[in-house]
Ligand binder design. Structure first.
Ligand code: NAP
Length: 325
């Protein structure tokens, strides 16, 4: 497995990490025993970056990850997040208050069964708390040895700049895939220039950019509330994706491998954290990190989902409002 530096403070991680969110929530039912086995296999096969958050399954996901990696000898990077409270969608869900961050790190450490978190992200920026205060508290956690590196998720360029002045950022994590390209304009160039790493979340379009995506979503599957997965948007997006699928077949690789290889080749300072509960899928994603695409394929993919042929927004309106522009 290839590795890349995240930021310039010395953190090196596998180019393909593992997003653990779906093991506790979001995309339908999961089985803890199978998830723990999948995490351990991922470690054996070279994945060193594991992504979770306090809010995934209300703490369940951190606990599961902690249990899965307990006692393993490999050097692993555990990334977790704070800043989204488990609350109803029609209430304020984001909390970046220093007191909240301090309370939550203690709970996360306990659940992860670790003395420190390697990479601690502010999950969303709280519009009611100056970013300097949220990051200031996270910086104190670094001083105290409870956190090694700091990151931000879904933040605007201005916020990233202010945060980076408060304490050096190691990574920014935002959605980035064929159909979520907002970060390319300002964020990625700034991060590259300033030695901050990027972690691409939902790099497989929440499972849409795969060969066997099943649009019959289970009741607990949040994709049913996401505009890109609804009604005529879904049909239109599937039509666009057909070209990508055909291209992957021509190349003799899977769609998910093609999409991941494109992302990694396009940007040298990012790593991707595809989410999976399946050992077979995890191995397939790992193999994508070694695939090299020619310039013609890269160009085709660059234009596969332009703004004019991506149907529906990333999140429903109420969650879109939590993202900084
Ligand atoms: N910072 C944030 O706000 C934020 C938001 C969302 C997610 N995240 C993080 O990013 C991680 C990844 O994002 P995500 O899980 O939303 O979306 P994703 O990685 O784009 O897609 C995950 C989906 O793809 C499927 N999949 C993965 N590899 C596959 C393969 N090789 N072949 C076929 N299907 C495959 C998974 O199903 P199987 O389980 O069946 O493989 C799952 O349903 C999350 O786990 C989480 O840690 C962060």
């Amino acid at each position: 497995m290839l590795t890349r530096n995240l930021g310039t403070q010395g953190l090196k991680v596998s180019t393909i990490g593992l997003g653990c969110m779906g093991m506790s929530s979001t995309y339908g039912a999961a089985d803890d025993t199978a998830s723990i086995e999948a995490i351990r296999q991922a470690v054996n096969n070279g994945i060193s970056l594991f992504d979770t958050a306090n809010v995934y399954g209300n703490g369940h996901n951190e606990k599961l990850l902690g249990k899965a990696i307990k006692g393993l000898q490999q050097e692993l990077t555990v990334a977790t997040k704070v800043g989204i409270q488990e609350m109803q969608l029609n209430q304020k869900r984001v909390n970046g208050h220093p007191d909240y961050i301090r309370t939550e790190i203690e709970k996360s450490l306990k659940r992860l069964d670790r003395d420190y978190v390697d990479l601690y992200y502010l999950h969303r920026v709280d519009p009611d708390v100056p970013i300097e205060e949220s990051i200031g508290e996270m910086a104190r956690l670094v001083e105290e040895g409870k956190v090694r590196y700091i990151g931000l998720s879904e933040a605007s360029l201005t916020t990233i700049q202010k945060a980076h002045q408060t304490h050096p950022l190691t990574a920014v994590q935002s959605e980035y895939s064929l159909w979520s390209r907002d970060v390319e304009k300002n964020i990625l160039p700034y991060l590259q220039e300033n030695g901050i790493g990027f972690v691409a979340y939902s790099p497989l379009g929440r499972g849409f950019f795969t060969d066997n995506f099943n649009s019959n979503l289970a009741n607990q599957d949040v994709r049913q509330y996401m505009p890109r997965f609804q009604d005529e948007n879904l049909i239109a997006n599937q039509k666009v994706f057909e070209n990508v699928k055909q291209l992957s077949q021509k190349l003799g690789i899977t769609s998910s491998q093609l999409v991941l290889a494109w992302l990694l080749q396009k940007n040298s300072n990012l790593v991707a954290i595809p989410g999976s509960k399946s050992i077979q899928h995890i191995n397939e994603n790992i193999a994508a990190s070694e695939i090299i695409l020619d310039s013609e394929v890269m160009t085709l993919l660059n234009h596969a989902f332009d703004e004019s042929n991506t149907y529906g927004s990333r999140y429903p309106g109420v969650l879109m409002a939590e993202l900084e522009k």
